[in-house]
Ligand binder design. Sequence first.
Ligand code: ADP
Length: 257
Amino acid sequence: FTVYGAPVIGDHQRWLGIVIVFQEITELKRLEQIRKDFVANVSHELRTPVTSIKGFSETLLDGAYQDTNTLLSFLEIIYTESNRLEMLINDLLELSKVEQNGFRVNAHPTDMEAIIKRAIEMIQSKITEKFIHVKLEIQPVLVLGDPNRLIQVMVNLLINAVTYSSSQTVITIRLLVEDNQAIIQVVDQGIGIEETEIERLFERFYRVDRARSRNSGGTGLGLSIVKHLIEAHHGRVEVDSTVGIGTTFTIYLPLAD
Ligand code: ADP
């Protein structure tokens, strides 16, 4: 606790009493620490690709461009790192938008089956690349949602499912109605997540295995964005996972009627 005290003095310097304020600072400290960590993370994540782009282009300008092989391989690195930077900037802008207090989604009756199919189409090349089989267990459901936001949520979950699975495995997508709400599940047979990591999963920049996840191309912001988007729909997200067996993300959404 922090304690503040101040006398309350009325007309003619008359003492009326004392105001004492007890303030709980552990929560404030925790929030301050989260903010500091976030700033440190953003700086680190932005600086890494910039340093690499600068370093490789400087080396090329110093003369390395004359060797065609070096030129090509350095250009490739510069291109990859610029893409990474772009993704990071987009995700940061997106996160700051969805985290705002007044953020609202444009919700109306939406065919969830169509959303799921569209999301699969959007990442089809990643699915094909890893010879992953996508199994649909779907019934027609109208949810109350913003189609573009829901596609974004599904794409995020599906990309993760593909990224953290080995090739030739199965990803099952379920869509059903239970207790008057829509349930969407993305079930993978991937590496899984330790129980102790699960509660931190939705934190900004949190990654279970920093190096591996970073190399996989994600920004570490995807699940934070998913959580905010689903909460803006008055829904919720749950994770269930077993290391070595796989992970299930479950989303609950309100029905349209
Ligand atoms: P990233 O861009 O690193 O994938 P996310 O916010 O989408 O960031 O996910 C955070 C972390 O959660 C990932 O780095 C990964 O460690 C873990 N994760 C997310 N989805 C899965 C999954 N389906 N299977 C295993 N681990 C996952």
